[in-house]
Every structure is written in structure tokens, then in C-alpha cells.
Design a protein around this ligand. Structure first.
Ligand code: KE4
Length: 436
């Protein structure tokens, strides 16, 4: 590392003495790209600045939440107003009902929602609810998919687990892992086989509608619909993990875009506008089991906290309100489509085999080892993708003022305020990075 990042290096050395690995979430440690993690001092619109004063166009956007970019005036004003009226009461507020109403209006397949403080809590609670509703123990997840760090889900997970090459985590008991069955993403036959063998014991299948924790892998035609059919046939629930895709791939999430009908949906990120939030939602007969309406216990001191609710409401209200006939969401999606097309063109121009994906305001691209390869699962991602080449590109882009996800096995995000200037700078930087 040159002294270009000297201040981040100093800060990181100190942080590692205080905090395990110097970070509060593993993927931030840059193990996927090597070098020292950049300490970020502030963000404004599409930009962040690191501790050494370098400005970057930010495509991580806090791993998805910042659909409006950093420090959007509507979000700043909403949080400032609310915090001056009190940050938390541990009691119901109209803000929770307002955000619930907004979420249910945007995702009409949902009938009730419970707010929690993270995506992990959302998926953990949704699966407890699925087990309570069905009276069954087993769950099915897909290798390379990441649903947060609840014990039962740290089995062949994606995101930071994949980046760190941890097949699963110590501390997860064998008995817990035994109730988690896994299959490769897009392998519907394998799921049908699991149901043929264990169908009466399976409470739920949990799936990311786009596998964005192993990079950016789209569902093959019929895969998600097939999961809906096989779960219904065996009386198991379909849990759609839209923590990342919710309100990012379309105003109604992947379920709105593709007409999916899950029993439960997990949400997070965008609905908190950058503050801690998660949610699980679904059909009323299932949600009615959740305490205190029903016996399935789940609770949280700061669940539905006024600041996150205010930030989430400001984000959703702003993102989907047209200005001169165009919504900020549409602007972000158009920018993401233009970025993806530009990345594809540059890969072809440079003769570098890339697999580029984009849906709505999310995108991703793989450096393939061989031209013509196609990644549709984690097993293929491990075999066909070149993370080292991505790592070199990551740093080359940093040097040109563009901050991508510090791992080949993550997705990218565009905001409503990434404009033509940012896209041009990004694609110019990528042209140079690919040539290097
Ligand atoms: P959190 O507990 O991190 O709020 O959400 C967990 C989660 C659940 N479901 C999906 C589909 C997710 O992508 C996530 C978290 N996403 C990662 C980024 N790939 C969070 C980044 C991090 O771990 O620091």
C-alpha cells in the first residue's frame, strides 16, 4: 500500500487493537481485495471521502440502504426533526404505522409487517415464524446466499462468509446445522429431491430472489416459480429475502417485478434510509402468530425506533415521488442500466471476459477466467471467477476516485444522485483499469 492511504493505515492499526479485525462487520476489512480498509470520514450525494482526503464515487452506499445517496436533505431533515423530539420511547408511535402503511402499499402481497433492527433479525424471526406456523424443524437455503448471521443461516453462506472462505462458522452447533438443508442456487431438481426426502419436515425455503451475496446471479427462468410450486405442494413456506432487493430492483421489490407470491418477506436496508432497521412481513394468518398477537416470541428494544422510521419514510416517500414525471428511483435505475451497458462494452473492447448483471438500481460484474463462461450458482462462481483480477481492478478504480464493493462476491448499488458526470468518470476509470 502506498502512502496514499497513510491515514487509513494509521487508523486501522489503532482500530485493530480495539475491535476484532478493526471493523464491526467482516466484509469491511477488505480481505476480499487485500490492503488496508479505507476509513470513510463523510458522504454527500454520490460521494464519500476517506481519511486521507480522497473523494470517491460510491457504489457500495452502505451496502444498499442509501437509495437517495449520502446525506439527502429529505433524510437529514426528517432525522434532525425527529431526534429533537426524542430518539426512542419504547412505545408505539405513529411513525411505525406510517412506515408499515408505506411498505404494505408498495408490496401489496404483504398484509402485515413487523419492524426489527437488522436484516439478520428479520430472517431469523421469519424462519422462527415459519417453524411455528408449520410445526416443522428443517429449512432449506442455497449455498452462497447470505441471510445474516443467525446460527441456522451460517451454513454455506455468502457475502463476508464467502469472501473469507469460511464454509460455515465455528460456534454453530451440529444440531443447528443439521436442520439446515442446502442446495445450489438455480438447482430446482436438487430442491425437489430435498422435498422428496424430507418434505414433511421442511418448514421453509429461504431464497434471495437475486443472489447478490455471491456477486450478482439472476434466477434462471422458472427457478423462483418452481420454489413456489414445490413449497406449496409440501405445505412449506416460501420466504423471500428481499433485504437487498426490496425497493431496489423495483418499487415493489423482486416480488413486484416478477409477480412472486411468497408467504413471508424479509426487508431491511432501504426502509431505514441508512439507520438500523429490518422487517419481516407476510400474509395475515401467518403474521398473527407473532407475539403479542400470538405465541411466537420476538422482541426488540429499538425495534421500529422513531429515527429509523423517519429516515425510512423520507427515503421511500422521496424515492417514489415523481419530479417532472420521473421518480428518483427511475433515475437511479436508468443510471444503473447505463453503467451496466458501459461495463459490458468496456469488457468487450478490452477483451476481458466479464459477466455483467443489472436489475433496477443494483448491478454486479464478475471477472471470468474464461470467455463464454456463465455463473448461475456459488459452485460455478468459485470455479469460473477470478477474484484476484477483481481485486486489482478494485484498487485501480480507487486510485481513479471510484469505490466499488471490496469483494468480488458482493453487488453494486446506484443512487438517485449518481448523474452523467459520475457515470462518465466511472467508465473512464474502468477503461483505464482494464487496460492496466
Ligand atoms: P444485516 O443483518 O447485515 O442488516 O442484514 C443481513 C442480510 C440479510 N439478507 C440479505 C439478502 C443481505 O444481503 C444481508 C446483508 N448484506 C450484507 C452485504 N452483502 C451486509 C454487509 C455486511 O455484512 O457488512
Amino acid at each position: 500500500m502506498s502512502d496514499r492511504y497513510a491515514r487509513s493505515q494509521e487508523l486501522y492499526a489503532e482500530a485493530t487493537r480495539l475491535i476484532p479485525g478493526g471493523v464491526n462487520s467482516p466484509v469491511r476489512a477488505f480481505r476480499g481485495v487485500g490492503g488496508t480498509p479505507l476509513f470513510i470520514e463523510r458522504g454527500q450525494g454520490p460521494y464519500i471521502w476517506d481519511a486521507d482526503g480522497h473523494r470517491y464515487i460510491d457504489y457500495v452506499l452502505s451496502w444498499g440502504p442509501l437509495l437517495l445517496g449520502h446525506a439527502h436533505p429529505a433524510v437529514v431533515e426528517a432525522v434532525q426533526t425527529q431526534v429533537a423530539r426524542g430518539s426512542s420511547f419504547g412505545a408505539p408511535t405513529t411513525l411505525e404505522s406510517a412506515l408499515a402503511r408505506r411498505v404494505l402499499a408498495l408490496m401489496p402481497g404483504l398484509e402485515q409487517v413487523r419492524f426489527v433492527n437488522s436484516g439478520t433479525e428479520a430472517t431469523m424471526s421469519a424462519l422462527r415464524l415459519a417453524r411455528a406456523f408449520t410445526g416443522r424443524d428443517k429449512i432449506v437455503k442455497f449455498t452462497g446466499c447470505y441471510h445474516g448471521h443467525a446460527d441456522m443461516l451460517l451454513v454455506q453462506a455468502g457475502s463476508g462468509v464467502a469472501t473469507l472462505g469460511l464454509p460455515d462458522s465455528p460456534g454453530v452447533t451440529a444440531s443447528t446445522a443439521a436442520d439446515t438443508l442446502t442446495a445450489e442456487y438455480n438447482d430446482l431438481a436438487a430442491v425437489r429431491q430435498l422435498f422428496a426426502s424430507h418434505g414433511e419436515q421442511i418448514a421453509a425455503v429461504i431464497v434471495e430472489p437475486i443472489a447478490a451475496n455471491m456477486g450478482f446471479v439472476l434466477p434462471e427462468p422458472g427457478f423462483l416459480e418452481g420454489l413456489r410450486t414445490v413449497t406449496r405442494a409440501y405445505g412449506a413456506l416460501l420466504v423471500l429475502d428481499e433485504v437487498m432487493t426490496g425497493f431496489r430492483v423495483a418499487p415493489g421489490g423482486a416480488q413486484g417485478l416478477w409477480g412472486l407470491d411468497p408467504d413471508l418477506t424479509c426487508l431491511g436496508k432501504v426502509i431505514g434510509g441508512g439507520l438500523p432497521v429490518g422487517a419481516y412481513a407476510g400474509k395475515q394468518p401467518i403474521m398473527q402468530l407473532v407475539a403479542p398477537a400470538g405465541p411466537m416470541y420476538q422482541a426488540g428494544t429499538l425495534s421500529g425506533n422513531p429515527l429509523a422510521m423517519a429516515a425510512g419514510l423520507a427515503t421511500l416517500n422521496t424515492a417514489f415521488s415523481p419530479v417532472d414525471g420521473v421518480t428518483p428511483f427511475d433515475q437511479a435505475a436508468a443510471s444503473a442500466a447505463e453503467l451496466a451497458a458501459g461495463i459490458r462494452a468496456l469488457g468487450e473492447e478490452a477483451g476481458v471476459p466479464l459477466q455483467v448483471g443489472q436489475v433496477g438500481t443494483m448491478f454486479g460484474f464478475y471477472f471470468l477466467k474464461e470467455p463464454g463462461a456463465r455463473v448461475t450458482s456459488w459452485a460455478e462462481a468459485k470455479r469460473l471467477v477470478d477474484p484476484q483480477r477483481y481485486a486489482r481492478c478494485f484498487w485501480a478504480m480507487c486510485e481513479r476516485g471510484v469505490y466499488l464493493a471490496p469483494s468480488q462476491f458482493e453487488a453494486g448499488f446506484v443512487s438517485a444522485v449518481h448523474g452523467p458526470g459520475e457515470l462518465d468518470q466511472t467508465l473512464e476509470a474502468l477503461r483505464a483499469a482494464l487496460a492496466a
